[in-house]
Structures are given as structure tokens and as C-alpha cells.
Ligand binder design. Structure first.
Ligand code: DP6
Length: 347
């Protein structure tokens, strides 16, 4: 069978320091607030997607982690439709068959537990859209398409520190991700992922946010604070000002989880181990009389610490001391160490 084109890409996860929590448009995935994250360089946590396009394939097909899935998933469908729309706009050279006639075989693999609060949908949709863009030769910012797969996925389309602008338009054309600084700018920054649990989370981010938007008054207050947070965070990153960066990262995470508790019925993503990590970080910082570590939590109990390189070994020793590994110790934390990554890679 003549396959017209095959492309494989790998995309990393990202971890927000100013969190996205709440949509103003469910279908277009437009957020109620801007957010900012770092893209992680970590081989243990990424998605690899291969797409073959051929005019001889009778239909589009999709395999996730080796299992064939229906293409009726509206988010996957939207990403395909949108990229094809954009492909139609680009000029096609004479010697190329018209990619609009192609059907696609899409194979995507996560090398980490899906939906465990480890940003799997971010890497998944970023990888899908980056690979589709290469198959169809679509250039430019396609983060607005990745956003329609999963909001946070748009930030994984770039490396380094990345912001996702809430935008003003109702069609979402200005709700895009853009790089704040590249992966080499703050090269001393390291990210430690503390895997408290890799079980599937009880309330997905999508469902949790919907209830929050409907019921939380605290969210209305948070939305008014975010423009100031974004400005402070951008400046802290540009000035490599760890203290400001770290304090705002912790406050923003605590606020997002406070908003989750203010949701009715309340949503509680952190567990006792998560709260012990929070305490451990604050004890460590006050022991030194200086902010040397900070934490952030997504929609799950796993902690992510942003730490400068010079403090990584001390913080890792502290974690191993506080949560020692043993066979039946449920508190044992698997630590993963990461640097900041560049953009999704074609392989
Ligand atoms: C807590 O991007 O997974 O990780 O847009 O509904 O797919 P959907 O949600 P998703 O939400 C991520 C929420 C978060 C915070 C963040 O990454 O900014």
C-alpha cells in the first residue's frame, strides 16, 4: 500500500505555576484566566505519536496505548477538522498528492499512567496536533488547535516557560500559547515530580472545572487577581528571581485548591501525603530562613517541586528522609527529576 507520508513526534508534559482552572466556553475550551507553565524535559513522562496518511486508507483510525479507540471523541474530531481546515489554506505543490484526500492512521503512546493528574492529556493533544501539523505541512502557531483537544495542551506546543493567554475574542483566535523564555534561559531551574499516587483521579479536571465555574464564588475573586499574578510571574522568570517565583507558585497552587474546596460539592485533590509535602517544604524554607523550594499540585495528589540545581540534592535527601522507601510504606514517593524542555520533537 502506498503510504503518502508518515510522521512521528514526541511531546512533553508541562506543569503550570499559574494554574488554568475554569472555562468560559466549553466547546472552544476558552479559559476564564491566563496561565503559565514550564515544559518538562523528562523521558519518563511524554507521549509519542505516529501518523500515517494515505489516500488508500478507507477511513481514519486511532490507537491509544495499543488499543483501537473510536474517533467519535469530539475533542480528537475537532483537532482533525481544524488542522484539515488549515491545510486547505496552504498551497500544495504540484508533485504532492492532495492531503485532503488522505485518511489517517494515528498511533499514540503515553509512557506514564493516563489521567493520574500527571498532565497526560496535555502531552497527548500537543503531540497529536504537532504530528498532524507536520503531516499536512501546516506551519505557524497551532496552539489554538491543541487547546481544543485539552486546554493545558496548548502550552506543551512550546518549550521553556510558556503562557496561555485567555484572549478576548469569542471565537478563540487570540487564546493561544506563546513562549515567555526558552529552555536555556533559566537553566539552573529543575523540576522534581513526587509521585504520591498513580491511580486514576476521582474527578477529572474537565468535570471539576465545570462544577467550580457553576458554584464557586471564590473563583470570581481569583479571576480578578490573575492578571497581576501573570505580570509578577513573567517578571520573576525574566529576572531569574527565584524567591518571587517560588512564593507565587505556592500561593497560586494553594489558591486553586482552595477554589476546588469552595466548589459545591467540594473537590479535594490533595491527600495527607500531599499536605505533608507542603509542610515539609515550608519547614525546610523556614529552617534556612530563605525560600529554597516550592511546590505546586495539579488535579491530583502528586507534588511538583521547582528547585534550583544547587539545592536539588539537599531537597532529594530531605524527601527520602521524610518519605523513606519500603515495600509496604504507602507514603513512599517516587521522585522524578527534570530539566526544562524545548518544543515537541519530530523523531
Ligand atoms: C490543574 O487541560 O486537563 O492541570 O481543558 O478540560 O482538558 P481540559 O483540562 P486540562 O486541565 C488542567 C488543569 C490543571 C492546571 C493547569 O495545567 O494549568
Amino acid at each position: 500500500m502506498d503510504i503518502s507520508k508518515t510522521v512521528t513526534c514526541k511531546a512533553p508534559i508541562n506543569i503550570a505555576v499559574i494554574k488554568y482552572w475554569g472555562k468560559r466556553d466549553e466547546k472552544l475550551i476558552l479559559p476564564v484566566n491566563s496561565s503559565l507553565s514550564a515544559t518538562l524535559h523528562i523521558d519518563q513522562l511524554c507521549t509519542t505519536t505516529s501518523i500515517a496518511g494515505s489516500k488508500h486508507f478507507p477511513e481514519d483510525r486511532l490507537w491509544l496505548n495499543g488499543k483501537e479507540e473510536s474517533l467519535e471523541n469530539p475533542r480528537v474530531k475537532t483537532c482533525l477538522q481544524e488542522i484539515r481546515k488549515r491545510a486547505r489554506k496552504r498551497k500544495i505543490s504540484d508533485d504532492e498528492s492532495n492531503p485532503e484526500d488522505w485518511k489517517l492512521h494515528i498511533c499514540s503512546e503515553n509512557n506514564f499512567p493516563t489521567a493520574a493528574g500527571l498532565a497526560s492529556s496535555a502531552a497527548g493533544y500537543a503531540c497529536l496536533v504537532a504530528t498532524l501539523a507536520q503531516v499536512y505541512g501546516v506551519q505557524g502557531n497551532v496552539s489554538d488547535i491543541a487547546r481544543q483537544g485539552s486546554g493545558s495542551a496548548c502550552r506543551s506546543m512550546y518549550g521553556g516557560f510558556v503562557e496561555w493567554l485567555d484572549g478576548e475574542s469569542s471565537c478563540g483566535s487570540d487564546s493561544i500559547a506563546q513562549q515567555v523564555v526558552d529552555e536555556n534561559y533559566w537553566s539552573e531551574m529543575r523540576i522534581l515530580i513526587l509521585v504520591v499516587s498513580d491511580q486514576k483521579k476521582h474527578t477529572s479536571s474537565t468535570a471539576g472545572m465545570q462544577t467550580t465555574v457553576k458554584t464557586s464564588e471564590l473563583l470570581q475573586h481569583r479571576v480578578t487577581l490573575i492578571p497581576g499574578y501573570m505580570e509578577t510571574m513573567r517578571k520573576a522568570i525574566k529576572d531569574r528571581d527565584y524567591r518571587t517565583f517560588a512564593e507565587l507558585t505556592m500561593k497560586d497552587s494553594n489558591q486553586m485548591h482552595a477554589v476546588c474546596l469552595d466548589t459545591y460539592p467540594p473537590i479535594s485533590y490533595m491527600n495527607d501525603t500531599s499536605r505533608s509535602i507542603v509542610q515539609m517544604v515550608h519547614d525546610y524554607n523556614s529552617f534556612h530562613g530563605e525560600t529554597k523550594a516550592c511546590y505546586t499540585f495539579d488535579a491530583g495528589p502528586n507534588a511538583v517541586l521547582y528547585v534550583l540545581e544547587e539545592n536539588v540534592s539537599e531537597v532529594l535527601s530531605l524527601i527520602h528522609h521524610s518519605f523513606p522507601p519500603s515495600q509496604d510504606n504507602k507514603e513512599y514517593i517516587r521522585g522524578l527529576d527534570s530539566r526544562i524542555h524545548d518544543i515537541p520533537q519530530g523523531l
